[in-house]
Design a protein around this ligand. Structure first.
Ligand code: ATP
Length: 299
């Protein structure tokens, strides 16, 4: 049950939004899809869902094309939030879930469970336009997952939510994964991807610049971070060759260095000077990697 993109290209006129993208999303996993604004994430999602035809290449879910026959297996939270403002929440969800093949009684039962879980049971009979933007997003999330899809595509699911609601939705997404769904989500928030995904792809101008297992990506990234706490002056470290960045804090310094070898040299240098309270070599953050690969175009 994996999702496979094979040499997928999308052109709008002469502009190439997605360029020969190869992607394999393992089943029952949460896959992170990152990229700066305009990198091609939403376009890719729309092609996966069959809402947009690719110019070239092939997309399969479980060996087949995603189309009307697979509607009940797939869930989608689009980036543009679009519920009918004048419709009541319950009518809206019943309408959308019936399109996914569910029966009304089952829908209402599931809906009650979800509204309870998201701490908004009182909204069931309210019109969508009466809800705040964040609460509308929760309702749209419910619409995307109520039929228990096997493949769930979430475009920026946590954007615009307060921290409490981010946690509620994150927990819901984790539970859906634990129940066996394959989930692909896009996000500009690196910490969400670090927390939730084993595999990821960073897109830049329609092509992947980094792809694979998060831990391996971090380990294979040459540059490392070091945290050093010591009782003596560490100012000399910013002039050591191989030190790319030095941020001084009260207890010591945080360095970004070119490689692990440089880290070893620094370790010897500081140890020779006196008592070192802390010396910690850290893998780079996804944020560091993103900035390195995507550069200044990240907003
Ligand atoms: P964001 O993070 O800002 O949502 P994204 O990675 O989702 O960005 P896309 O929406 O996929 O980016 O857009 C990729 C590129 O394709 C952009 O340069 C966009 O202007 C272009 N594009 C998208 N849809 C169309 C369209 N219908 N016609 C022409 N160009 C389009």
């Amino acid at each position: 049950m994996s999702l496979v993109l094979d040499q997928v290209t999308k052109q709008f006129g002469t502009f190439t939004a997605v360029d020969q993208l190869n992607l394999k999303v393992p089943e029952k996993e949460m896959f992170g899809f990152l990229g700066a604004n305009g990198a091609g994430k939403t376009t890719t999602f729309r092609m996966i869902l069959g809402l947009l035809d690719q110019t070239a290449g092939k997309i399969t879910w479980n060996g087949r094309r995603i189309d009307y026959a697979t509607t009940s297996e797939v869930g989608y939270l689009p980036e543009e939030r679009g519920l009918y403002p004048k419709m009541k929440v319950s009518e809206q969800i019943v309408y959308l879930a019936r399109l996914r093949g569910m029966k009304k009684q089952a829908i209402l039962k599931e809906l009650d469970g979800w509204l309870e879980r998201f701490k908004v049971p009182e909204y069931k009979h309210k019109k969508v336009e009466e809800l705040s933007k964040g609460n509308q997003q929760k309702i749209q999330f419910i619409a995307a997952v109520i039929h228990k899809p096997k493949l769930l595509i979430l475009d920026e699911p946590f954007s615009g939510l307060d921290p409490v609601n981010v946690e509620l939705l994150k927990k819901a997404v984790k539970d859906i994964k634990d129940q066996g769904a394959t989930i692909v989500f896009s996000s500009h928030r690196m910490e969400h991807v670090e927390e939730l995904c084993e595999n990821l792809c960073i897109m830049h101008k329609g092509s992947p610049v980094v792809q694979g297992n998060l831990k391996e990506i971090k380990r294979s990234f040459e540059k490392k971070n070091i945290a050093i706490h010591a009782d003596f002056d560490l100012a000399f470290l910013s002039d050591v060759p191989g030190v790319l960045k030095a941020t001084y804090i009260t207890e010591g310094v945080r360095l970004q260095v070119e490689s692990e070898e440089i880290a070893e040299q620094i370790f010897r240098q500081v140890a020779a000077k006196g008592f070192v309270r802390k010396f910690e070599l850290e893998d780079p953050s996804l944020h560091d990697i993103f900035i390195e690969k995507v550069g200044a175009s990240f907003e």
